[in-house]
Design a protein around this ligand. Sequence first.
Ligand code: DX5
Ligand code: ZN
Length: 223
Amino acid sequence: MIELAFSILASDFAHLADEIAAAERGGGTIVHVDVMDGHFVPNITFGPPVVKAIRPITKLPLDCHLMIEDPDAFIPAFAEAGADMISVQQEVCRHLHRTLEHIIEHNCLPGVVINPATPVDTLIEILPMVHYVLVMSVNPGFGGQKFIPFTVDKIAQLAELREEMGLNFRIEVDGGVAPDTVAQVVQAGAEMLVAGSAVFEEGRTEHNAAELLRIARAAGSAM
Ligand code: DX5
Ligand code: ZN
């Protein structure tokens, strides 16, 4: 099932509740929360207090993408704040299996993220335990970056591995997903589409979300 996980990083923070409601009206079904620490990525965003503030204003699942060093130290706080899904970057997890277990113990759905330069093969052993794999299609740190085309092959490779291994994890893609790039990621096998600037630009959130989903679903049904 194709779903839109709208990234609130690109929203108007002064009107966050309205922005989330508009993206939801446009068909968005997951709230993607980009957590950045100024260490793993060269930018700082928000932490558990913002997740806690969003929790009562929407029924949609909160997908927390942790772009932080030492995610283990913060998983309990995000779970407590109301996260439903938590993903961690493969590159910072020295003990990835343990970190994923930590997420599961805190009753959140576990996800793992790989940067454009990180091979899909690094995930083979842990694929049976994740609910989703997030393929970064930009280098994490900022919204509004240009989509990196070779990441489409990584999505296809993951979809193939899933088939071969008889698994059912979901494939999420994040970065530069917009009307002109969304068809190729859907055709490669991505189903959870993260989009920030393409959804929230120009104050036409509801329309943008609906249009992006329309294009994505058309690409999906043409397969
Ligand atoms: C990048 C973040 C993304 C980003 C997406 O580090 O993980 O979620 O906000 O933004 P757009 O859709 O503008 O590329
Ligand atoms: Zn993200």
